[in-house]
Write a protein that binds this ligand. Sequence first.
Ligand code: FES
Ligand SMILES: [Fe+2]
Length: 348
Amino acid sequence: MDTVVAAMSADVRRLAINPSYWYPVVRGRDLKDKPVSVQIWGVAVVLWRSKTGVHALEDRCPHRLVKLSHGHLRADRIECAYHGWHFDGEGKCTHVPYLEPTQKLPRCQVRTYAVRELYGFVWLFAGNAAEADRRVPLAIPEWDHLNYIATVSVIDCKAHYSYLIENLMDMHHAPLHSDYQAWSDAVLEKLHEEPERVDAHYHAQSHYRIDRIWSIAQLFVPALRKPHPESLTVSYVYPHWTSSLGADFKLYCLLCPLGPLATRAWLVHFTSLGAFNDLHRLPKAVRLLVKQSLFGSARGLLDGLVRQDILMIEQEQQAYLSYPDHPPWEINRALAAAQRLMRSQVTA
Ligand code: FES
Ligand SMILES: [Fe+2]
């Protein structure tokens, strides 16, 4: 992966990733009692869960280079499907079923990755595992907060990750979502750049307000939406993105760039229940039940927005491949700042 970084181009559509960050690779609930193969920037990684935690190795048996993820779990080890060699979570071969008495175990070493399970995702540090503790996964404090209802939606697009980030930083694309109309009339007021983040502060009209128990009906009945001015902040916190619209909504986009032309990401949306004072006086267990039973309630809205965004992002990618000499016109300063951050992260 480091070679790919070195070979990156200044063309933002051909940039590699900075692997020395934490990337979500699978939802924790999807990693059960079988090995799972995931991908991060062209590298396949096998994950498995044991009593001692989640393990991550490059998904390639050192014997004949087949995928370890086709194998089976043996306690906290993984057994290759082909000849049955066993590997531990440290990537060491611990057993060869047909080893002759005079032979020693092969001293092969499979590459290991640092992993953490947080906020319902398994996060992988795509760089050198020894450097993983220097950084932490993006903080998502609302995940466990009793006042927030979460919804998760997956984005799978056949495009370079830069198109997704630019889509998310450009709040002038409300016309695309006119049937959902979460916000409109965005005006970019302030832009702030740091080495690892870009914050774009817009002023906009928010079309949803969560102040009544039936506020959810606004999702289905456009006439109930009452546009009102709100601050709208979008932040590219490399390599992820986060946004807040007034006090009611918080959104995260957790990126997992699969390769130069494929990006997976998870949108994690939170609706605040801060306006419901009676609810906060209830016992914690009841509030937890409310939070859990409302999980996913914004799914229809989120999936709809995702479908519309993917359509545009994939068209942009295809146009870039078909007409490399026709660069697009861009006037939003937030996108230029996001591109500066992408470039600096892979060239630093
Ligand atoms: S290829 Fe994995 S044990 Fe032979
Ligand atoms: Fe969008």
